[in-house]
Design a protein around this ligand. Structure first.
Ligand SMILES: [Zn+2]
Length: 107
């Protein structure tokens, strides 16, 4: 085994940029933008799923952690970055950039 093989952050930052989770929207702020009529009354909110033709609200979203799960089509993810990637079919970097969490590297 070659112990020098690792998943390096350099694969993402290309030397000049890096992902900074601290710069992401809060889940509540983000999902309010994504769903026009969203009313946040509790930690979990159900909305009509944007990943399939949804007649009733099937998509559960956690407004504290950002994870989401559709009980009809099975779409799911662990945070708003994952949601953004799936909804707009973006790469990790594209989504991070779109959400303002792709910052210049100071190193
Ligand atoms: Zn769905």
């Amino acid at each position: 085994m070659d112990k020098n093989i690792s998943f390096q952050r350099g694969n993402y930052n290309k030397g000049r940029y890096k992902f900074n989770r601290q710069l992401l929207f809060t889940p509540a702020a983000y999902y309010t933008q994504q769903f026009a009529k969203l009313r946040i009354r509790s930690e979990w909110v159900k909305v009509r799923c944007c990943f399939h033709e949804d007649k009733v609200p099937s998509l559960s979203i956690n407004m504290v952690q950002g994870h989401f799960k559709c009980h009809a089509c099975g779409a799911r993810g662990g945070n708003i970055l994952s949601f953004h990637r799936q909804r707009y079919q973006l790469s990790f970097i594209e989504a991070a950039r779109a959400l303002g969490a792709w910052e210049a590297n100071d190193e």
